[in-house]
Design a binder for this molecule. Sequence first.
Ligand SMILES: NCc1[nH]cc(CCC(=O)O)c1CC(=O)O
Length: 308
Amino acid sequence: MPETIRIATRKSPLAIWQAEHVAAVLRAVHDGLGVEIIGMTTKGDKILDAPLAKVGGKGLFVKELEQGLLDGTADIAVHSMKDVPVDFPAGLHLPVILEREDPRDAFVSNRFARFDELPHGARVGTSSLRRQCQIVSRRPDLVIEPLRGNVNTRLARLDAGDYDAIILAAAGLMRLGFADRIRARISTEDSLPAIGQGAIGIECRDDDERVMALIAPLHDADTADRVRAERAMNERLHGGCQVPIAGHAELVDDVLHLRGLVGTTDGTRLLRAEARAPRSDARALGHGLADRLLEQGAGEILAALQSP
Ligand SMILES: NCc1[nH]cc(CCC(=O)O)c1CC(=O)O
């Protein structure tokens, strides 16, 4: 009987693209492998009228996929690493991370070519507290307005005239064939990316040797070490994905360089830290960086967000 693997994914166009990408690479490395894609709806996909920061809870975009793995409906789940909580349910793990796409945020507008061109009071669409705090710290005059929904929905709202500009991950736009909508890639100095941004991960049951062997060739060790350092920082900060935390690691000659940021949503306080360590110390690097942010008061900023 020919071997098969079943992939659980969300049904947004970006998630489907990512699942199909993994399917294509799996078929390319394993001759004759049967691959089936199973679309699932998550809580995060259903609640579209409220900012995610208010909906609360971690893993809004992954829980249903994980349930599918645990009950045997699917063999692997393909995720944007940005949306994956630090902790996994018992019985599951995430052994494979694919090579990272451009991790930067992108400036998208039909009227302006760059942030600096936005006039006083311009409306910028984003529901990311991380993007919001970095934007308003530089440009307190800009008006941040909520913008949720999948990438296609967000572009449609920009085109309808609801915003002067919107900010999206460059990776999602490129994957969906919207690279031409990117007016400028925002430097990581101006907008430190989200932890895991631009990387795709594959989760599976932690005792499933057959599946682990099938997906192992897709792993990119450089990306994985970078994302490990970033996620360790989040682990120590107890941050979910809906908090004003940014973290980004780069790798040069086997040395990881990690930068982290925690901010208030009004941009009046931005705490920053950076540190380097050999790639073998990725987790310790992330924990140490989080400790430096906590010493500066990150705990108080994050606690203030939690209270209603
Ligand atoms: N929060 C949704 C989400 N999750 C991953 C991406 C982009 C792709 C990636 O980072 O790999 C996006 C859209 C966006 O932020 O523009």
